[in-house]
Structures are given as C-alpha cells and as structure tokens.
Design a protein around this ligand. Structure first.
Ligand code: DGT
Ligand code: CA
Ligand code: CA
Ligand code: ZN
Length: 575
C-alpha cells in the first residue's frame, strides 16, 4: 500500500474520531496523515528495513498508530477502519471538507436525515430540512450551500498534484525499468504542473506494447482496469486516480509527447499554425504536403519545424505563449535549481516536527544556502504560537546553531517570524520586537470572509509596516477547500511595489499561494516574489518544486524571484 492511500485512510479515521467527540485522537491521526502524505520515502520500505520501531520513530506516530500502519502495510486493510466505515457509511472526506461542515455535523446529518453524500446534502438543504436540526440554522444552510457550490466548481474529481505526483513517479520508474520500454514520460496536466489533475497520462515508446500493457494493468496499485488495448489502456488506481498509458513507436514519441502534454487549446493553435504552413500535425508526427514525416522523434523537432523554440510545458495553456515564442519573447522562466534560500520554515518550537538544526541540515541537503526560521507568533493558538520571551530564546538558539553550521556545513540561518495579522490589520507583536528579526513575514489566519474593502485595508495596513518584509500566503486560499480572500488585488500589487513588500508563493501543495494567474499579474506589475516551502517537517523541502512550477506557470523569471539571489544581495533587497 502506497503512502498516499495510507494517508487517506488515516485522514478518514481522524474525521471518524472527531464524530465520536474524541478530543486528541483526531489531531493525532490528522498529523500522522499529513506527515505520511508528504513523506518522500515509501512507508512500506521504512517498515521492511526497521520494523515497527522505525515507524514509531517518525514524528507524531506512537504505538497505536504504528500498529495500524503495520496492519495496513501487511494486509492492505485495517479492521478498525472498516468498522468505523460500517457504522457511519458516508462519503466522509468530501462531506467534511465542505466549508461550514465538520465531523460532528456529518454525523448528525447521517443519523437524523440519512445523508450519505453531497447530492443528498444539497437536496435536503433545498428542501429546508436541515435548518431545524440541533446545531444548524438558516444561516448555516446558506453557508453549506455556498460551500457545496465552491466544492463542485473546484474539485469535480480532481486530485491535488503535489499530493499524488510521487505515485506517478513511482509508476514511471517501474515502466522505465522494463527492457521492452524505450522511452517513457508523464504527459498531460501533470507535466504542465497544474495544481490539480483529472487523470495521469503516461506515454511510452515500445515495439512490444502487449508486454508493457500487461505490466501496466497488473501493477499492485491498480484497482480496476477500464480498458486494455495495445496502443491505449486506462486503469484506476486504489487511490481513485485514473491513469492512461499510450504506446507509440519511437519515431513518433516526440509528437505524441507534444500532443498528450496539451493543453488542448495550445494544441489547437499549434495545429492551425501547421496548417498555415501546409503541414499536418497529429500525435504521430508533423507531415508535409506529400505526407512525409518531417518531425516527430523529439518534441523539440516539432516546434523547430514550425519556426518556434521549445515551449516549456508549464506555459502551454494558450495564454499567448505561442505568439511570444514566435516573436522571441518567451520569458526565461525561473529554473527548478535556481533557489538559494527558503524564507518560511517552521520548527518544533511551534507546530513543526523537527528541531532548528534538523531543518537547516535538510535545507542544506536540498541545495539551499540560507533559510529563515519563521515560527508562528503568539495569537495563533492552534500552532502554539510563540510570545516575545520564547522568540528571544529561539533567537539565541538560532545563533548557536548558526555558529556550528557555518563552520561545518555552510548554510546561514536567519531569524524570522510569521507574525499574525489581526482582524483590523494590526499585528500581534510590537514593532520594537519585530525590528529585531532578520526577516518578518506577515500572514492572515482568521476572518477569511471580511468584505473586500475591509480585507484589502487589512492587508494594506500590514504592508505599510516597515518591519514587514513578506506577505506570506497572500490570498490564504486552500485548494479545493478555501477560496482566495476577497481583496482588491490590483491595490495589493500597487502597495507591494510602493512599500517593497515581497509577495510569497507558498509551495505547500494544498496552498500554492500565490497561484499562477495572480503571479502573472504580479510579474506584469514588476512586484517582487519569493518562493518558500512553508516546511513543517524536514522532508518538506521538495514542496519547493511545486511553488517553482506555479511561478513558472505565472511566467515568472529568475529576476522576479528574490530568493534566487545570494544571501548578501538578498538581504540588501529587503525593505
Ligand atoms: P486533466 O487530465 O483534466 O487534468 O487535463 P489534461 O490536459 O491532462 O487532459 P486529458 O487527460 O484529457 O488529455 C491529455 C492531453 O491530450 C490534453 O492535454 C491534450 C491531448 N488531448 C486529449 N484529447 C484531445 C483532443 O480531443 N484534441 C486535442 N487537440 N488534444 C487532445
Ligand atoms: Ca490528464
Ligand atoms: Ca487522460
Ligand atoms: Zn501561515
């Protein structure tokens, strides 16, 4: 069983425990689910190498959960979970993720009205049957209905890329290792690094497609085979994700890669361009008037013959990239190896899993030269935010770690904080404290639904504070869960430039905030960006890839992203 599937089951158990009114268990399971879901190493392998003891050494995993993990790893099932499901057989993840709902409400709705899924919930609300239940009312009916609408719009069976890409890389790896496979790549929206994907599109070159298809359809992670053929098969994985595999001959691999990477709209424009030149373009190649293949083995050859440089997959959304390519105006996108620093990192001083030194070592391993420790400030109670005394203490600790690290490993740790922006735009730490830090990020963690005017004023007033260097996760959106703050974003961009407040791209897979289209506006307005991991664990630095991809999708260049600068220059560019 893969990490992703295990994490999903733990997440559901957390919700069930919440229904039962358990106090601490929900958080324990949720923490374990989050940790395992973002873990790069395979849990099964960890268990195989180190037994139950190795599992218990993982952060947030005690004996109770470790034993459940063993059962899942060994049998692929968990009796405890099956029992819970039998008791309240509802679409639990979806129902409880709707804004305005929660475990307890899901339970009441099932017990009183027999509601098991989102359709039944919507129907009951429209029939005004929910408002009379204990703990509900007309207001909460309306809130839930809004939540359902948002869910339908944003989710629709899609999966968050950052949470599932590992699974695909694993499948890629397996396919690559077959000697009947000459070449294999992930195409589709996953290659374009979209924040969420409908399905995964694998593409392989092989002269023995039967063998490859046999392998693909019998992988242990396959739950169901939709179709099986020699050029195309589709399976559903245990996690619920559908995967296509297409197989083409080697001389068509580039053309097929181009075609199946999409987007559809990008391909339409490209095909029209080919037609204007008297060519024909399809998934097998680019053909001239006499139907001879003039390109197709590599993707680059297709673009070249059409008079274009290779367009990075992240840009292929028909947002003007083809015109830009034609006119030599393609942006030189920020690269996946360009980051030198990471300025939002949490430790076990608050809600992170690791000590300062462990985070620093992991950052160094990830290729970074400087980081900032930015634990939460005091009013963020769920994260056990730090008061000024604790922050002073932490600063001393950072100095200490810095001294050891500098000599041994050459990474600089800056002292920072994620200061909470209160409802009225004031901050929960005084300026005379804030000015002591090397770097300060400010963020909203409450009152997400203020009016546009109030919300804009709130952010603007934080940005005018001369001690605030960065606006962390500026729109507070959570993919498929929470809409971006309703703010006048143009105003935010103006003030960002005026005050030299950097806008963050938070790389946490469910946040990706700013998201691509906002990034594009920021870049057009020449605002400065920063890409941070928002790591809460030493295994989270790979999140940066998703922040970088979001920035690339927003046409950001290296010069737009200030943590591509070496430390000295970076510090000089702050307020
Ligand atoms: P998704 O799966 O909804 O996240 O989005 P994609 O972009 O992965 O779309 P998908 O899986 O339906 O198809 C993969 C690629 O194949 C798509 O990006 C472009 C190409 N493609 C699929 N169907 C068509 C089509 O009817 N016409 C054209 N031009 N391209 C297509
Ligand atoms: Ca797809
Ligand atoms: Ca597909
Ligand atoms: Zn935050």
């Amino acid at each position: 069983m893969k990490n992703y599937d295990i994490a999903r089951i733990l997440h559901e158990i957390a919700i069930y425990e919440g229904m039962k009114g358990e106090k601490f268990k929900p958080r324990a399971y949720e923490k374990a689910a989050l940790y395992i879901g973002s873990l790069n190493d395979d849990l099964g392998t960890i268990y195989k190498n180190g037994g139950v003891k190795a599992l218990m050494e993982l952060p947030g995993i005690g004996r109770n959960i470790a034993e459940k993990l063993v059962e899942l790893i060994q049998t692929g099932e968990l009796a405890y979970y099956e029992e819970l499901k039998k008791e309240i057989p509802v679409d639990i993840t979806i129902l409880s993720s709707i804004e305005g709902m929660g475990p307890k409400k899901v339970k009441v709705l099932y017990e009183k009205l027999g509601i098991t899924n989102i359709e039944e919930l919507e129907k009951s609300i429209r029939e005004k049957r929910v408002r009379d239940l204990q703990g509900f009312g007309e207001k909460s009916e309306k809130k839930i209905l809004n939540g359902i609408e948002f869910f339908k719009k944003s989710h629709g069976g899609r999966f968050i890329l950052g949470l599932v890409l590992n699974t695909f890389e694993d499948i890629l790896h397996q396919l690559k290792s077959l000697d009947t496979v000459k070449n294999v790549q992930l195409a589709g929206s996953a290659r374009r690094m979209k924040q969420s994907i409908g399905d995964a599109d694998f593409l392989a070159a092989s002269y023995k497609p039967d063998k490859v298809m046999d392998f693909f359809t019998s992988m242990p992670e396959v739950a169901h085979i939709h179709t099986k053929g020699t050029t195309k098969s589709t399976v559903r994985l245990k996690s619920g994700i559908n995967c296509d595999l297409r197989i083409v001959p080697e001389e068509s691999f580039g053309a097929a890669l181009q075609y199946f990477t999409g987007s559809k709209q990008h391909n339409v424009v490209l095909r029209t361009m080919a037609l204007h030149k008297g060519y024909k373009l399809n998934e097998y190649g680019l053909y001239d008037k006499r139907n001879r293949q003039i390109a197709g083995r590599t993707e680059e050859s297709i673009y070249l013959k059409l008079g274009l440089p290779l367009i990075p997959p992240e840009l292929r959304e028909d947002k003007g990239e083809i015109e830009a390519a034609r006119d030599g105006r393609l942006p030189k996108l920020v690269g996946y190896d360009d980051l030198k620093g990471d300025l939002q990192i949490h430790t076990d001083w608050t809600d992170g899993n690791n000590a300062i030194i462990e985070m620093a070592q992991a950052a160094k391993k990830a290729g970074l030269e400087y980081i900032a420790i930015t634990d939460h400030s005091r009013t963020l109670e769920i994260a056990r935010g730090l008061n000024k005394e604790k922050l002073k203490e932490q600063e001393k600790e950072i100095k200490k770690v810095n001294d050891t690290m500098k000599h041994n490993e050459g990474i600089t740790i800056l002292s920072g904080v994620e200061v909470n922006i209160l409802k009225d735009g004031s901050l929960d730490l005084d300026n005379n404290i804030l000015k002591e830090f090397d770097i300060v990020g400010a963020a909203v963690h409450s009152y997400f639904s203020l009016s546009k005017e109030e919300q804009t004023k709130r952010l603007v007033s934080a940005m005018y504070n001369t001690n605030i260097d960065i606006l962390f996760h500026p729109t507070c959106r959570v993919i498929q869960k929470r809409q971006p703050l309703d703010v006048d974003f143009d105003k935010i961009l103006d003030v960002s430039k005026e005050t030299n407040t950097i806008l963050e791209v938070d790389s946490s897979p469910e946040r990706l905030d700013l998201q691509d289209e906002y990034i594009q506006h920021a870049v057009e307005n020449k605002c400065k960006l920063i890409i941070d991991s928002d790591a809460h664990d030493k295994s989270h630095f790979h999140f940066l890839k998703f922040g970088i991809s979001q920035a690339r999708r927003g046409w950001a260049e290296k010069k737009d992203v200030i943590n591509t600068l070496p430390l000295e220059k970076f510090l000089k560019s702050l307020k």
